[in-house]
Design a protein around this ligand. Sequence first.
Ligand SMILES: Nc1ncnc2c1ncn2[C@@H]1O[C@H](COP(=O)(O)OP(=O)(O)OP(=O)(O)O)[C@@H](O)[C@H]1O
Ligand SMILES: [Mg+2]
Length: 313
Amino acid sequence: MTTSAIAASGLRKAYKDKVVLDGIDLDVPAGTVFSLLGPNGAGKTTTVNVLTTLMRADGGTARVAGHDVVTEARAVRAAIGVTGQFAAVDELLTGRENLQLMADLHRVPGDGGKRIVAELLERFDLMESAQQPASTYSGGMRRKLDLAMTLVGNPRIIFLDEPTTGLDPRSRRTMWSIIRDLVAEGVTIFLTTQYLEEADQLADRIAVLDQGRLVAQGTPDELKRQIPGTHVRLRFTTAAELDAAARVLADSKRDDEALVLRLPSDGGTTSLRALLDRLDEYSISAEGFSVHTPDLDDVFLALTGHTTEVVAK
Ligand SMILES: Nc1ncnc2c1ncn2[C@@H]1O[C@H](COP(=O)(O)OP(=O)(O)OP(=O)(O)O)[C@@H](O)[C@H]1O
Ligand SMILES: [Mg+2]
């Protein structure tokens, strides 16, 4: 039997008459990565706040590290680390001082604290800027420092609220690799994100949150089976060209209004070349050509029948 690091049942939360969480059930086995995927305003931060005892739900129950988040909040807090959506670093302090402050708060005795701080600076590649005030850090450095601060207490369950939003692709990859290392050490990760790719890369299980309800839960593969895969989009200038292309390309789906043809494809050069050759053979030219990998919008369209924009309001 696997033990649950996080288990919630029927969580509800409303702000005045606006329902934000409408009965959330979830279960995260210890040592796994769970990703809550959803657009702006879906209720991700609210869920994190409830599970981390920062906010009280109106209904339902949740246990984290085996403790009830309401009646045993102190025990929950002792077991978890939280890296919020907005970095909690003190701008006026240097990177090293921010970490030392956390070590002091955790009452790590004397040299132990210094050692942990040095290890974390090294691990997060922040040694060089350790003496600079955090106000001079880039967004990516700030996020890394923020996560490093969360790790000072060596928590076994970590909540990361959109850890990579706003980061460039390289910083995002660095963050992913740090998260993977934590998982390898047996840490349980609860991660919120707006990026399907991120959830796909990191998570053992994904739950899709839409207007306070979980509209799907499963492994990344289970989820992806429900949405259109990678495909090529060909855009034409006239309906006649679209017709001609649709005739020679089997498996294609047409969007008459946008004059677009979609074809399933692995996006590899061989299949793309074959596709272009086939168009050439019939002297058909497309005005535009793009390879599209599924994103959050595809997930939402497939699972809810609407795009993320409806939710973002
Ligand atoms: N303190 C509050 N008072 C009133 N409404 C709130 C409050 N906090 C959040 N909300 C509303 O609850 C809904 C969910 O907010 P939440 O912050 O949980 O979303 P999110 O999924 O984290 O979004 P984002 O991706 O933008 O961080 C939003 O519609 C938001 O406006
Ligand atoms: Mg949020």
